[in-house]
Write a protein that binds this ligand. Structure first.
Ligand SMILES: [Zn+2]
Ligand SMILES: [Zn+2]
Length: 257
């Protein structure tokens, strides 16, 4: 299994850090975890096109995480090289009492864009998840709701060989992220702001380290850096709490699992 960081940033435009997007290559599967603006082109640097993706997993429907969905589906209609295989799109379900789930978001987009995002040469399968286990090819995907937006979920991808990658999307500290990340080979965790600048619904490096420590993860990769993170000792603050390896995500970084 290999993780490729397409974007280690946020919704703030940056020449250094693209919007959230992560490519997982494992067992003949290409899976996109979130897909903010610009991730489709970044995928090309990793040798994966709009035709190759098997599944897209969205953690939540904030624009920095899903802005490339319409461009992806529009690209699939390119007549010279149309996409042929079916596409699985997974997103969080609506949770009482607030918010709407991924399917509602998708239907909203379709009501605006109509046929420009409707496939001609393949089929889209949409799956709404919250507390679930699903198979994507030979990979097992475990899902748990996280504490950020009403539809927020995190994903744990387990390979047939037993290797595990956990991705939080955006989240605050909550028991579910610790449970989801339990014993993971790699925890890809958001770290939006430096110590002393905590924002509700997001993590700081020490909180991220606490999650990795409590979950007894093998390695921790921090991502989703707002600009102030580039002027702070993120790794040091995290390593005070988590004694394992801490990686600060950079765009196009590749991590083998
Ligand atoms: Zn975000
Ligand atoms: Zn968000």
């Amino acid at each position: 299994m290999e993780l490729i960081i397409l974007g280690s940033g946020t919704g703030v435009p940056s020449l250094k850090r693209g919007s959230p997007g992560f490519l997982v290559k494992a067992d003949d599967q290409s899976i996109l975890l979130d897909g903010g603006s610009g991730t489709l082109a970044r995928m090309l640097l990793a040798g994966v096109t709009y035709k190759d993706l098997d599944a897209v997993l969205y953690t939540h429907i904030h624009p920095d995480h899903c802005a490339d969905l319409v461009p992806l589906l529009f690209a699939c209609k390119y007549q010279e090289e149309p996409r042929q295989k079916d596409l699985l799109i997974i997103g969080g379900s609506r949770r009482w009492p607030f918010g709407q789930g991924f399917r509602n978001y998708f239907e909203g987009l379709r009501s605006v864009h109509g046929k420009w995002m409707e496939p001609d040469t393949f089929r889209i399968h949409i799956s709404e998840v919250a507390d679930d286990e699903i198979a994507v090819g030979s990979l097992l995907i475990t899902v748990l709701p996280l504490d950020h937006a009403p539809e927020s979920v995190g994903y744990r991808i387990t390979s047939p060989q037993g290797r595990s990658l956990v991705y939080s999307g955006d989240t605050d500290y909550c028991p579910n992220i610790v449970e989801l990340a339990r014993g993971a080979d790699l925890l890809l965790l958001e770290c939006s702001f430096p110590e002393g600048r905590k924002v509700p619904g997001h993590l700081t490096p020490a909180l991220a380290g606490r999650i990795a420590h409590e979950a007894e993860c093998k390695r921790l990769c921090l991502t989703h850096f707002y600009p102030p993170c580039d002027h702070a000792d993120i790794k040091g603050a995290s390593r005070q709490v988590f004694k394992g390896e801490v990686i600060l995500a950079e765009d196009m970084m590749r991590i083998a699992l």
